[in-house]
Every structure is written in C-alpha cells, then in structure tokens.
Design a protein around this ligand. Structure first.
Ligand code: NAD
Length: 252
C-alpha cells in the first residue's frame, strides 16, 4: 500500500511560519517531502535552517496576511518558483486580552483583520489557483475558543468561531473543484502566544483539573493532525473542524 501520508514534492504555503505552531508545521510537512513556502511578518530563517538541515526545500516570503496586496504577491512568488500550490496552512494569528466592555475598536479590528480576514485573503488568492488546478487542500487554524466563549478575549473567540464557518462555507463552494477545506481547533499548546498564561500556576492548575489528559500540549503534537489533513489519507474529509485539545471540550 502507498504511504498514505506522503507529501513528496507537494507545494505548501504556511503562514505565521517564523515560530510556534507554524514553525513545527512547516518542518513537519517538509519531513514528509513537501516544498514549503514560509510566510510571516517576522523573519523565517530559523525555520528555513531547520528545513535545510533535513535537506528540505523552502522559499521565504515576508507577508502580512491582513494586507491583501502582500497576500497576492506571496501567491505570485510561489507560482513563479513552483508553478502550483497544493496545500495552504492558514496559521498566522494573534491574541489580545481584555474585558469586552473595555476592548478598543482598534484592537478588536486588528484581531479580526489578521485571524479571520487574513485567512480569507489567503484562501481567496490561493483558491483561485487551486480552482485552476482542480485540486488543493486548505487547513485553517481555529481554536477551542472558536467552539466555546473564551472570557477574556472577545475578538479572539469571535475570529476563531468565524474561521470554522469560513471553513465550512469554502468547503461547500469549492468541493466541485476537488478542494478540501478543513479547520483544526487546538487547545493549549506551549508557544510564545501562551507563554505568559503558562507562567500562571492558576492557569496550569486549571488545565490539570479540567483537561482529561491532564496537561497542555507541545507544539510537535499538532503535526500529525496537519499531515493527515494535508495528505491523501483525508481525501474524503472536508468542512470538518478537528479538535485537538486533550479532551478539554469533550468533558463536563
Ligand atoms: P505565535 O504567536 O507563537 O506565532 C504566531 C505567528 O504568526 C508568529 O510568527 C507571528 O509573527 C505570525 N503573525 C502574526 N501576525 C501576522 C500577520 N499579520 N501576518 C503574518 N504573520 C503573522 O502563536 P502560535 O501559538 O504558534 O499560534 C499559531 C496559530 O494557532 C494562531 O492562529 C493561534 O491563534 C492558533 N492557536 C494557538 C493555540 C496555542 O495554544 N498556542 C491554541 C489555539 C489556536
């Protein structure tokens, strides 16, 4: 039987690939043979070097996903070099905290612009190419905060909830072009985004008490899920939001 998880020579764009989940996703996909376009507002040379060390291939393209022109250029540069795009991982995101009644509109907008509109821009520009190819996969990073209200960041929860319906709608529209669109909803993973939270004993104790597996996750624990959704092992999966949270949202 063929390797159901093989990604040899697949062309992948990973947004937010400089660090955190985006970095391990990029390296993990390269390990399965993909050529990875590393896109971020930050420098991606650490990620590129890790991939070089395993003899993988990368192209770094500085991109702010909330800027439609920059997203268009990211797609053009990818097509100039590789001529096709097989997989998009819409990972770039930010989290801003605050009480709903005090949240500034500027901060609300910046979270929505990056986490939701940014994913739409990338899906739209990449989708045009995937429609031509009649083939492609898009994986949108949502969150368990997109499934349940997260007190403490109303725009984050709203954006991640929006990502789930963005996913279902694009899956509905683009199924006829053989484009699979899925989301993943991570629980708490140790990255720069969660570093301050994980320094709080109360926050960590809450995870121990309420997550059935009794712990938060390491970034590498997301990779298998992304490889699955990128590969032919998930050919008949689309419009789905896969929860990877140690069982947190499953329990009472
Ligand atoms: P992180 O802060 O470590 O990394 C996010 C990356 O996105 C950074 O490299 C950052 O520069 C990049 N980025 C931010 N704004 C950007 C923009 N406008 N354009 C391009 N790149 C931009 O965070 P992370 O924990 O790795 O999060 C990755 C994704 O996973 C995010 O969408 C986040 O919401 C989601 N997520 C994370 C967790 C978690 O526990 N860490 C849980 C659920 C969902």
């Amino acid at each position: 039987m063929d390797d159901l998880f093989d990604l040899k020579n697949k062309v992948v764009i990973v947004t937010g690939a400089s660090r955190g989940l985006g970095k391990v996703i990029a390296v993990g996909l390269a390990q399965k043979g993909a050529k990875v376009v590393l896109s971020d507002v930050l420098d991606c040379s650490d990620t590129a070097n890790e991939i070089k060390n395993i003899e993988g291939e990368t192209l770094s393209v500085k991109t702010d996903v909330s800027n439609q022109d920059e997203v268009g250029k990211m797609v053009d540069k990818t097509l100039d070099k590789y001529g096709r795009i097989d997989i998009l991982v819409n990972n770039a995101g930010i989290l801003k905290d605050g009480k709903a009644e005090e949240f500034s509109i500027k901060d609300w907008k910046s979270v929505l612009d990056i986490n939701l509109t940014g994913q739409f821009y990338c899906a739209k520009e990449v989708g045009k190419q995937m429609i031509k190819q009649k083939n492609g996969r898009i994986i949108n990073i949502s969150s368990i905060a997109g499934l349940k209200g997260y007190a403490g960041s109303v725009p984050y929860s709203a954006s991640k909830g929006g990502v789930i319906l963005l996913t279902k709608t694009l899956a509905s529209e683009w199924g006829e072009y053989n484009i699979n669109v899925n989301a993943v909803c991570p629980g708490v993973f140790a990255t720069d985004m969660t570093e301050d939270y994980l320094e709080s004993e109360e926050f960590v104790q809450n995870i121990k008490d309420n997550v059935p597996l009794g712990r938060y996750a390491n970034p590498e624990e997301l990779v298998g899920t992304i490889v699955y959704l990128s590969s032919k092992s998930s050919d008949y999966v689309t419009g789905h939001s896969l929860v990877i949270d140690g069982g947190w949202t499953a329990s009472l």
